[in-house]
Design a protein around this ligand. Structure first.
Ligand SMILES: [Zn+2]
Ligand SMILES: [Zn+2]
Length: 127
């Protein structure tokens, strides 16, 4: 339960490692495997969702309502973009066109975040 609470208290789209590092001091018996198992369970029952693997680590989101994500290609930060780009009508248009049934659309934008832009290092990965 502490795991679920922690995810719901942050907007940072945490990874299992991040959650483990946060909870370990408080729960010395906690193992990374337990964190993974619980994350999987929460995903299955729809309490959280996985937003996929970014920079080699799976990120999780407690905001299960439809929203888009922005991922910075430089620092890997994940931000919520609070608007829907496809309406229900758009999705059913596409469904009709291809003879498929689209239920949701996960939209991910990639680029440089504010911080990285401010640093002005977006073409120089060594900085
Ligand atoms: Zn960035
Ligand atoms: Zn999100």
């Amino acid at each position: 339960m502490a795991i679920l609470k922690l995810i719901q208290s942050t907007e940072s789209h945490p990874t299992a490692d991040w959650i483990y590092a946060k909870l370990k001091p408080k729960y010395p018996d906690l193992s990374l495997g337990t964190v993974y198992r619980n994350l999987k369970k929460f995903c299955e029952c729809g309490k959280i969702k996985s937003i996929g693997v970014i920079n080699g680590q799976e990120h999780f989101d407690a905001n299960i309502y439809k929203h888009a994500h922005f991922i910075c290609e430089e620092c890997g930060i994940v931000e919520d973009i609070d608007s829907s780009f496809f309406s229900k009508e758009d999705l059913s248009d596409v469904s009709d066109k291809y003879g498929i049934d689209i239920r949701t659309a996960d939209i991910v934008f990639n680029g440089s975040c504010k911080k990285c832009l401010a640093k002005g290092t977006h073409s120089d990965k060594t900085a």
